[in-house]
Design a protein around this ligand. Structure first.
Ligand SMILES: O=C(O)C(=O)C[C@]1(C(=O)O)C=C[C@@H](O)C=C1
Length: 312
């Protein structure tokens, strides 16, 4: 019997991050090799260099919005999204044993976590200083150090077990039921087969700054009945005012309406980077609007071919 090779996943670590929890929901996670990375770019670099087969990184949160570092790294190209994962996130305040809530003067966490617990902190620890770490679990690890400069971390409750900390308060998020979206990223390859409930991600760079440039991009989707699920403008970093658009839309590259929309973008934009077509984590199946099904596109193409042959 031939052993199937274990998938090597890199993820935003250290152990105990929400990213690790998201990765552990994948069906092959038990047999896979999981390697924590210190930062999102480090996790993605492991994929680029071949040290990992895939990486799991956070991309978007229902309360705080995009994770900019992930958007920018993906916009740089050479990587492809093959899957998305949705995870409910709930935060706890973790401290070394015997710390009291009122002793917490210096609190460390990831910027997204700080933003999601802002109100709770203002009400319960109004004088505490909030310092930032590369992930919630890195914050917990920093608190656990013997000579730590921090009193507490905002982190996933499971991080308490990993780093020998106590839970001083749980469910401290301001918005219950917040969800973070994570993506599984691999080196470029043909996208996974369509499932009927898919998403496609691209980054579009406008050709020159002119009135209606964004509208032209949006039209390519709108006229083909394609709903966008996220659009974000990000600086290209070339100069002030130069932006690209990071877009997720419903549908799969192999669907005619999506393929045609991408070809349209390719015509109106300076550059389009395809970031992948992959199954939607919410499984929502979208029924194309009348006139935008594969059959509609095929019948229109047949009609055009007939016209060219003089068959009117
Ligand atoms: O620090 C972690 O635990 C992460 O997985 C990162 C991250 C993020 O980047 O948004 C993930 C989910 C939470 O919203 C807070 C932090």
């Amino acid at each position: 019997m031939v052993d199937t090779p274990r998938t090597r996943y890199a993820y935003l670590g250290p152990a105990g991050t929400f990213t690790e929890a998201a990765l552990r929901t994948l069906p092959d996670a038990e047999q896979a090799e999981l390697t924590p990375a210190d930062t999102v770019p480090a996790a993605l670099d492991a994929v680029r260099s071949g040290a990992a087969d895939a990486a799991v990184v956070p991309i978007e949160n229902s309360v705080e919005g995009a994770v900019p570092v992930t958007l920018d790294e993906l916009a740089n190209g050479h990587l492809m999204i093959t899957r998305e994962i949705l995870l409910r996130v709930s935060f706890a305040l973790l401290a070394r044993p015997d710390t009291q809530l009122e002793d917490c003067k210096r609190i460390v966490t990831h910027p997204h976590a700080a933003a999601q617990c802002r109100q709770w902190l203002a009400e319960r620890l109004p004088h505490a200083e909030v310092l930032l770490a590369s992930s919630t679990a890195a914050a917990a690890a920093a608190v656990a150090e013997e000579t730590s400069e921090f009193d507490a971390a905002i982190a996933p409750p499971v991080a308490a077990r990993h780093y020998g900390l106590d839970v001083l308060a749980s469910e401290i998020e301001d918005t219950p039921d917040a969800v973070t979206r994570f993506v599984v990223v691999s080196r470029p390859a043909p996208p996974p087969a369509p499932t009927g409930a898919d998403k496609t991600s691209v980054v579009a760079f406008i050709r020159d700054d002119h009135p209606g440039a964004l509208l032209e991009i949006l039209e390519e989707f709108a006229i083909r009945g394609i709903n966008l699920t996220r659009i974000e403008s990000r600086p290209t970093k070339e100069r002030l005012g130069k932006y690209c658009f990071s877009i997720d839309c419903e549908g799969h590259l192999t669907e005619a309406r999506v393929g045609e929309a991408l070809m349209g973008l390719r015509r109106v934009c300076a550059e389009v980077r395809f970031l992948g077509s992959y199954p939607r984590a919410d499984g929502v199946r979208v029924c194309p609007r009348p006139g935008t099904t594969d059959a509609d596109f095929a019948s229109a193409a047949a009609w055009l071919a007939a016209l060219k042959e003089g068959r009117v």
